[in-house]
Design a binder for this molecule. Structure first.
Ligand code: SIN
Ligand code: MN
Length: 270
């Protein structure tokens, strides 16, 4: 899947690209079923919430080992449509995943992600340069009502803002504060929704401001995120590094695999 010159220009200027229905309904079903299977596993890299203990965020589905390993996510991460697109926008073939996660924003109860830049926290992981991008894949239809992602076009060009630790949101992350966000939103084009059918994907720059709202709908909103870094930009040592499932120590360059493997691998017995 070769990006056009116009797409590369859009990524450089606006910090994102959206690909409607990039994954087929059959592929989405495999990725959904796998997320459902993994969500029942008891592992430190699955964050749960509430009395129900429902999985909220699950990490590290893309490796061959570990409790959350999934052939389908391993294949998706190495496909032309994920790794191949990331290689093109980052201008480097030697990439690895800083992490991979599935966010399961539950119907009615799933809450907002405040405005933030991913590089707000990844820089604190010891990563020097913002040579990173995330591929997001919608595993359900997403709408504003169900808490789809919003991106602030072009905001990556101002570089990393100084984040604050937001421990009031359900997800607890390094976020950009309300005064700064009011100023940024006033100066930029309207935020863009990453909405549409399941299987739609987006790639966005690690300094692009993004956020999502509460899921007011009766359907869960599940999304997969593949967060790439260049191998040469791998993190320096930091004190108290985060666990390997969020700050990977597997810095081997990932190898592209045939693009049909999400489906092909799902028929191979485990
Ligand atoms: C994120 O920004 O990492 C996730 C946001 C979302 O899933 O809505
Ligand atoms: Mn984010």
């Amino acid at each position: 899947m070769k990006l056009t010159a116009a797409q590369r220009k859009q990524f450089a200027e606006e910090g994102y690209l959206i690909f409607p229905e990039l994954f087929s309904p059959e592929e989405v079903k495999v990725l959904q079923d796998e997320a459902g299977r993994v969500s029942k596993i008891d592992a430190a890299c699955i964050f749960r919430e509430g009395e129900s203990g429902q999985a909220k965020t699950m990490f590290r589905l893309h490796e061959s080992d570990g409790p959350t390993a999934s052939r389908a996510y391993r294949a998706a991460a190495r496909s032309e449509r994920v790794l191949g697109v990331a290689q093109q926008v980052l201008g480097d073939d030697a990439l690895y995943l800083h992490h991979c996660k599935v966010n399961m924003k539950a119907a009615i109860e799933g809450t907002a992600w405040p405005w933030h830049q991913d590089f707000g926290s990844w820089h604190l992981d010891g990563i020097a340069r913002p040579d990173m991008a995330t591929v997001a894949v919608l595993l359900n239809d997403a709408t504003e009502f169900s808490g789809c992602l919003h991106l602030l076009p072009g905001s990556h060009l101002e570089g990393r803002r100084n984040p604050y630790w937001d421990d009031k949101s359900a997800y607890k992350l390094w976020a950009v504060g309300p005064t700064e966000m009011r100023d940024m939103i006033a100066r930029y084009p309207d935020p863009v929704r990453v909405d549409g059918k399941a299987g739609t994907a987006a790639i966005f720059h690690c300094n692009l401001l993004h956020a999502s709202g509460h899921n007011l709908s009766a359907e869960d909103r599940w999304q997969a995120y593949f967060c790439f870094n260049t191998v040469k930009n791998r993190p320096a040592d930091v004190e108290n590094p985060r666990p390997d499932y969020v700050r990977s120590r597997n810095w081997e360059p990932m190898v592209l695999e045939a693009d049909n493997r999400i489906l092909a691998d799902s028929t191979v017995p485990a």
